[in-house]
Ligand binder design. Structure first.
Ligand SMILES: O=C(O)CCC(=O)C(=O)O
Ligand SMILES: [Fe+2]
Length: 355
């Protein structure tokens, strides 16, 4: 059995609607397909999504020293807050000195890797039937514009890992307190508005097996994440790309760092001051990539809206309010490859707000 806990700490149940049915054909597991692709050399048409997996290498992605955020030294703290604000407005950052032991990060990657090595029959018992299942495993797919189902070049397993979850929860809350300070909100405002005592986290481990035609497949297409902050680590094989000024960048992670990016609900809460980071996962023909994603959201029942003091300052709210659970439910059931994202959908046009 894979060393992945099934315990769900703190949280109430997530949304309950059904996910579109999974693939039931011979290659429901991408890993199996990748192994057989020694023989096939090209990928089946239902995985085909032509894309250019190349990205450019940025000089550096901002690096934020988490320990300085907790510093009692006023100057140090205001410098790091300034850097944090700037990084969140632009493209995300690497968090270093975050206090999560390297051994724990490695254990999570190893456990996920072990899980993906399990026999197909064993993984099948976790195949996703409903978003509220505490553990989900399988391959995911989206519908393209021609209404054909396109399968993604990854397997995933979702679960909540207790220790990682507790540490990242506390880290996310401290980052949010930093954001609240940058936004000049009163102490306690963000905790109350987003009901952070009951914040909802989702853990996902992704496996992207080697792909014989990386320019004909995609791991995860361009998207922004739901939630407040996403934390991401991987097994050292690159594949995550971040969009910046219309270009795809390959971030190079410093040792034992965690990549953090702002997600949709920070953009909504900040009334657009902070931008949800667009990213994608590309695949390669040589090595399996494992990534670990921890999504940190508000309480699942919270109606997320732009913070009232910011709306007052800006003269209007830029986004419609929506319950977090409904947002997640929508994403899990109606996700499309093209067309507006849900965040774009919630954007209030200037002429609309005047009415
Ligand atoms: O695997 C990655 O690097 C990206 C994963 C991701 O974007 C997601 O799970 O939302
Ligand atoms: Fe993502």
């Amino acid at each position: 059995m894979a060393a992945i806990a099934s315990h769900v700490p703190h949280q109430s149940p997530p949304p309950t609607s059904m996910e579109p049915s999974n693939i039931t054909d011979k290659y429901s597991c991408v890993k199996l397909l990748a192994e057989s692709s020694n023989l096939i050399k090209s990928i089946p048409s239902h995985f085909t999504l032509t894309n250019d997996p190349r990205g450019t290498n940025p000089d550096s992605l901002p690096i934020i020293d988490f320990s300085l955020l907790l510093s009692a030294n006023h100057d140090q703290r205001s410098t790091v807050l300034h850097d944090l604000g700037k990084a969140c407005e632009e493209w995300g950052f690497f968090l270093v000195n975050h206090g999560i032991p390297e051994t724990l990060l490695k254990a999570i990657i190893d456990a996920s890797s072990e899980y993906f090595e399990l026999p197909e029959e064993e993984k099948r018992q976790y195949e996703t039937k409903c978003p509220s299942d505490p553990i989900k495993s399988g391959n995911s797919s989206l519908i393209n514009t021609a209404n054909h189902r396109v399968h993604l070049w990854r397997d995933f397993v979702k679960d909540i890992l207790l220790e990682f979850s507790e540490r990242t929860r506390s880290m996310a809350r401290k980052l949010l307190h930093g954001i609240a300070e940058i936004l000049e909100l009163e102490q306690g405002y963000i905790d109350e508005a987003l009901e952070l005592d009951s914040s909802f986290q989702m853990f996902a481990a992704n496996s992207y097996p080697p792909c014989p035609q990386p320019d004909q497949a995609i791991g995860i297409p361009p998207h922004t994440d739901p939630g407040l902050f996403t934390f991401l680590i991987d097994n050292g094989v690159s594949g995550l790309q971040i969009e910046h000024d219309g270009q795809w960048l390959n971030p190079n992670s410093p040792k034992n760092s965690i990549l953090v990016h702002a997600a949709d609900h920070v953009e909504i809460f900040s009334n657009g001051r902070i931008k949800s980071v667009k990213h994608r996962a590309v695949v390669n023909s040589e090595r399996e990539r494992i990534s670990i994603v921890m999504s940190n959201g508000p309480f699942w029942e919270t109606v997320v809206r732009p913070a009232a003091p910011l709306v007052l300052k800006d003269g209007r709210a830029l986004y419609h309010p929506m319950k977090y659970m409904e947002f997640m439910d929508w994403l899990l059931t109606k996700s499309r490859l093209n067309g507006n994202t849900l965040l774009e959908h919630l954007l209030i046009q200037e002429d609309q707000s005047a009415n």
